[in-house]
Ligand binder design. Structure first.
Ligand code: GLU
Length: 479
């Protein structure tokens, strides 16, 4: 890296819908690398493909970057010295440079109509044959004057090779005869991505271009444009894709995994960011949980992977669970409240009591409704449910325990977790049983479930005395 060069990266999404995980990861790496080098992180909206534009997509991009904790230095809303930062607002800029390239012989006007282009197709793919490159200046001027629709194409060399260095993929060499005379300016006067990215990256002083490796093979074309315009090439960092499995890429087109859906499912933004940072980048050492500050400090280009990574939701869930455990209780309750509100216990029980029970037992917030459902699920208990090898329990022993427990608990003055624990162990001593045996029988009798989040004391506390005694008596009658 040239020491005088200020590091500037850009995230350049096309506003075509939600921000999926791959896009967010590109943004994150751009952000981390810029911040690590005290540089600038720029947002540029690449909206020249009008057909793919989705209303509201820019707002989603902004909202997502904000929630994910990335601060934009320059962009459409922030402004900056090299704006505008929306490509359709820069239309005239591109045309000027396209004309400069035409004057230099690096590009040319093409007037071929659809019919002619179709006639070039082999197996459905047309490779342009440089037909219009051979028009004389007079012919071109006459067509332009007559208003014949045109595009501007890049004039690719037909011999030799193009070479460049990528910071992930190393030295890349591509034969020039593989490069097609791609369109730079479309017939609607707007630039293609292939042209606009070069012009904008240069004019916006971008020093490091980080993007998906689907652009790797086109990069020689961009380099030819930089060279023709006499501009320095940026450094390139191409990122391998995130896969949904061995063969399929995660894709926003197929409605896969976007940030917003994960947040709605009950993931914490920091956990999502932490997880996707590790999808394609390996830190040195064993650490798996990173704050944004730590990511900025530890991120390294050398840790970027050359092979694709598989998105593993179970792993992200686990990480999210670790984040949940560490939340201060009031923060946890803030996130949890909507899920309690949407659950069966809505307004019936003390949310805080459930919160204490669940904070260490869930990995994502959307597990809450199912995790609390047991409390209302009180239905006829099959006596077999009391069979327990560990505590040597069966239905008869359970019946015996309940017959002692019910009057004892009914007589309790205090109904707190402490007094309930005390009463349970007293009971065990009296019956000469392991405390676990009494806890287990009571837990099943109170909940009618074999598996519950929390034990008999927590459940009795949540239910309150009257309901607990009612359930214990009911359970006894079923034995
Ligand atoms: N607009 C392009 C995309 O969304 C950006 C590619 C780039 O970062 O240069 O794929």
């Amino acid at each position: 890296m040239n020491n005088n060069e200020r590091v500037r990266t850009r995230f350049a999404p096309s506003p075509t819908g939600f921000l999926h995980v791959g896009g967010l990861r590109t943004a994150l790496y751009c952000y981390l690398f810029a911040k690590q080098n005290n540089g600038d992180f720029i947002l540029r909206i690449e909206d020249t493909d009008l057909e793919r534009y989705v209303e509201g997509a820019v707002e989603v991009i902004y909202k997502t970057l904000a929630e994910a904790g990335m601060k934009i230095d320059e962009g459409p809303n922030e402004g900056g010295p090299y704006g505008p930062y929306v490509q359709t607002e820069r239309k005239d800029i591109y045309l000027k440079y396209a004309k400069e390239l035409v004057d230099k012989g690096a590009a040319y006007y093409c007037f071929c109509d659809k019919e002619r282009l179709d006639s070039l197709k082999v197996n459905g793919i047309a490779r342009y044959d440089k037909h219009c490159l051979h028009l004389s200046k007079e012919e071109v001027d006459a067509k332009l004057a007559a208003g014949v629709p045109y595009v501007i194409r890049q004039n690719m060399p037909t011999e030799g090779v193009s070479e460049f260095d990528d910071l992930v993929f190393g030295h890349v060499t591509i034969p020039n005869n593989e490069l097609e005379d791609q369109i730079l300016i479309k017939s609607d006067g707007l630039p293609t991505y292939n042209f606009a990215n070069v012009i904008d990256d240069h004019l916006m002083h971008i020093t490091y271009v980080m993007r998906g490796n689907e652009y790797l093979s086109s990069t020689p074309k961009y380099n030819l444009l930089y060279d023709a315009l006499g501009w320095p090439r940026p450094h390139y960092i191409h990122l391998t894709p995130i896969m949904k499995d061995e063969t399929r890429k995660l894709s926003k087109r197929y409605g896969d995994a976007n940030f917003d859906d994960f947040v709605k499912k009950g993931y914490l933004p920091q956990a999502i960011v932490n997880y996707i940072a590790l999808l394609g980048w390996s830190p040195k050492g064993e650490q798996e949980k990173f704050t944004m500050e730590e990511l900025i400090e530890k991120f390294s280009i050398s840790g970027l992977s050359k092979s694709s990574s598989i998105f593993d939701e179970a792993k992200m869930k686990w990480l999210n669970g670790e984040y949940i455990k560490e939340l201060p209780f009031d923060k946890f309750m803030e996130y949890a409240k909507p899920y309690f509100d949407a659950s069966i216990i809505k307004d019936k029980y003390d949310y805080n009591k459930f919160g204490k029970l669940l904070q260490s037992r869930i990995e994502i917030f959307s597990e809450i409704p199912e995790k609390v459902a047991f409390i209302e699920d009180f239905k006829q208990i099959d006596p077999e449910m009391y069979n327990n090898k560990k505590f040597k329990l069966d239905a008869n022993i359970a019946k015996n325990i309940l017959s002692e427990v019910i009057p004892y608990f009914e007589a309790l003055k205090d109904w707190t977790e402490d007094s309930l624990h005390q009463a349970t162990t007293d009971m065990a001593t009296k019956l000469e049983l392991k405390a676990g045996a009494v806890y287990t029988v009571m837990r099943i009798a109170l909940s009618a479930c074999l598996v519950t989040p929390g034990g008999s004391v927590e459940i009795a506390d949540i239910l309150g005395k009257a309901e607990s005694i009612r359930r214990l008596k009911q359970a006894y009658s079923w034995l």
